[in-house]
Design a protein around this ligand. Sequence first.
Ligand SMILES: Cc1cc2nc3c(=O)[nH]c(=O)nc-3n(C[C@H](O)[C@H](O)[C@H](O)COP(=O)(O)O)c2cc1C
Length: 179
Amino acid sequence: MVVWQSPEEAIDDGWRLLEAAAGDPGHPCRLMALATICVGRPAVRTLVLRRCESSTRQLHCYSDLRSAKVAQLNACADAELMVYHPQRRLQLRASAVSTIATEGSLCDDAWSGLDPRQRREYLDCASPEPAEESAARRNFCLLCFSVHTLDVLLLDAQGHRRVQGRYGESGWASRWLRP
Ligand SMILES: Cc1cc2nc3c(=O)[nH]c(=O)nc-3n(C[C@H](O)[C@H](O)[C@H](O)COP(=O)(O)O)c2cc1C
């Protein structure tokens, strides 16, 4: 078990975990819960973590422009993403501000990386015609989360450990928390 010697170590550990998850389809933290705000109420659902860049504090997921979550993020850009690693007994919560990208190289690269079956998910299923791929591409978007707060909780029989890191003008500032 990784035992953090400092809160900074915990935040680094959290980012390493997210980077590993984004790069490995079989990783236990590849699936994240995304919470948004929907007219003052919470809404939560599962998303695949596609990309993580700790140096820029970015997490990326793919989605459909027509979905409720996109409307909710357009109305309120604040979001929280959560994963739990069952073997490590580690919970990670990332609070973030979101932007939705429909064009640009990152979005184009993401679309290029999808196979035909995945691309078809972005079609209008009500259409009786064999739709063109360009119609599906118009519905595809990249959800970009800029993380400003990371909360890492490690469950341990010797005593749980929790660290919160906040990103500010001088970088990450982290501290132990209880509970
Ligand atoms: C295992 C799993 C992975 C999913 N991955 C994604 C994803 O990467 N992107 C996405 O938009 N929806 C994904 N979904 C579907 C969403 O959880 C959700 O049901 C759907 O997008 C509609 O959500 P909304 O109405 O809140 O927008 C996934 C669902 C499951 C069960």
